[in-house]
Design a protein. Structure first.
Length: 254
């Protein structure tokens, strides 16, 4: 089960906020940034269409055994998420939808969810290396937990900024991600982190070569052909979940 306990995040990072003079509090599962927020101003949106990218091209273009994923590797239904751990739109989208994605993949084996990182922001490349190292060492649940904590913390920071509780827009970074990993019991060494630099570079080059330059970009497949669902940028979580459920014929608890 994906851990999204923001209260626990506040406990992990309470000292950090105490130093800032801001008391931690639980965040919303989603937030809508205003038009003047740096969330809107600094996020990147893909300009090229990914509609023609086939699942076969993804399977042959990347060594997927080295790429974080949830669910069975032989699943016929596949969701591919191009993401950045410092992308605010990824945080808003995936903070609300990771429990759904975990349920249909790791919990019920209905689909496979592949996470292809695109390092757009300053600390993104090393953060992706940390996430991949945790995945390789501790498995699917550890990766999902750490990513969930990272994005829940990010949404919390967005909330604080929107409310005027902090004067500048802040992002999670390498330090906060390592702190979360340590507190969750996922201890990765500098050598283990550095060993993931190759796959992070491969994911970045693969995305660019197929015209995917922004996050989140989400593709869903029923076969090796073209995607049956394409999403570029963040949408309402219910819209994303509804479309993926319908297009892939997924079953959710009533």
């Amino acid at each position: 089960m994906v851990v999204l306990a923001v209260v626990a995040i506040a406990a992990i990072l309470g000292v950090y906020f105490a130093l800032k003079g801001v008391a931690p509090r639980p965040s919303r599962q989603a937030a809508t940034p205003t038009s003047t927020s740096p969330v809107t101003a600094t996020s990147t949106t893909a300009t090229a269409s990914p509609q023609t990218l086939t699942l076969e091209e993804i399977e042959t273009g990347l060594n997927l055994s080295q790429v974080a994923s949830l669910g069975p590797s032989n699943a016929s239904k596949v969701i591919v998420i191009f993401y950045d751990p410092q992308c605010p739109f990824c945080a808003l989208e995936l903070n609300a939808t990771l429990p759904f994605l975990y349920y249909i993949s790791a919990n019920t084996s209905q689909a496979r969810v592949i996470f292809i990182g695109i390092p757009i922001h300053e600390d993104s490349a090393q953060m992706l290396e940390i996430l991949e190292a945790v995945y390789q060492k501790y498995g699917q649940m550890a990766f999902a937990n750490l990513l969930a904590y990272n994005y829940a913390y990010y949404v919390y920071l967005i909330d604080l900024y929107e409310q005027g509780a902090i004067p500048t827009f802040m992002m999670p970074n390498t330090t906060t991600l390592l702190l979360m990993a340590e507190r969750l019991g996922y201890n990765v060494t500098p050598a283990e982190i550095a060993s993931e630099s190759g796959i992070v570079e491969d994911m970045y080059e693969f995305a660019l070569s197929h015209g995917i330059t922004g996050t989140p970009t989400i593709l869903a497949y029923n076969s090796t052909g073209a995607p049956v669902y394409v999403q570029v940028g963040a949408v309402q979580p219910a819209y994303m979940i509804g479309n993926l459920t319908e297009k892939l014929g997924l079953k959710l608890p009533s």
